[in-house]
Design a protein around this ligand. Sequence first.
Ligand code: UT7
Length: 318
Amino acid sequence: MTYSKILGTGSYLPEKVLTNHDMEKMVDTTNEWIVERTGIKERHIAADDENAVTMADQAARAALAAAGLQPHDVEMIIVASTTPYMVFPSTACLLQERFGIAGCPAFDLNATACAGFMYGFSIADQFIRTGTIKNALVIGSEIMSRVVDWNDRSTCVLFGDGAGAVVLGKSEEPGILSTHLHADGTHKDVLYLPLGTRKTPNLESVKMLGNPLFKLAVNILGDLFDETLAANGLQKSDVDWLVPHQANMRIIQAMAKKLNLPMERVAITLDKQGNTSSASIPLALDQAVRDGRIKRGQMLMMEGFGGGLAWGSALVKY
Ligand code: UT7
């Protein structure tokens, strides 16, 4: 049987850090409100000469180095991003050009928002399982600071910039046990980012109905864990680590409770990075792998949830 497994991880964060105290000077908010309601203390903000491609490049090179591979070994590039450098060419194609590896398939997933990384992860897994390719780069890269309304305190305090990457490769043993993807367009109005192609009204910044979204996230993710474990005949007690999308600490705490995991067994970057949309899961994974908390052989529950609505999970033996 052919499976895929995580060969290496990498990430990139812009140098500039914006703290809650900095935000207090920009909008009518307080450090206390942000920490209490979200768990966020600071976030990274990209420099003027950075974009989704430059950040993806850094994260991908780190992941390839960790996997012991060179750019020319890569057989597929998938970039999840709601904030691509261009509508087209895709961020994946622009990255491929930087890597000098013309020929392999390269494409973006942008419509799956914060769930984009899980969608890319699942697609790469399918291609590797069927033997079509031997490996794939899956990247989440986001420059959310360019699409938030910096006058809207209800959204601008939430997001940050960064990129995370994994290299998936062929394996005789799992690896990725299963992936699960879902979407429900009836909730299209709780979180959206209009595009310049709309005729009216063209306000290109993130719009969010935070509270309804919060409740949807908690319910949907709880069911997703049940589905993911049941598909593998496993119990909550089999899960060593939760590697969640980082939107709100209270959502993450509820998810840890659902899995009976202490918070020490949850990969958290939210406090230092804010919500980096599709980059948040690989950023959290890479940090916990590099500092030695997540070890080979451990069972990871990964989940992503975002606009669409779209959501997805993976159960992974790291
Ligand atoms: O990544 C994709 C998935 N995203 C999510 O899952 C996000 C889910 N939602 C959330 O994380 C939370 O709903 C938020 C953090 C966005 C908001 O927290 P909340 O506890 O749901 O607050 P709320 O929206 O109900 O707002 C409570 C109050 C409001 O004031 P009033 O109407 O009670 O007077 C807001 O105007 O907090 C006010 N408020 C703020 N106050 C200070 C909203 N933003 C701020 C702010 N500083 N930055």
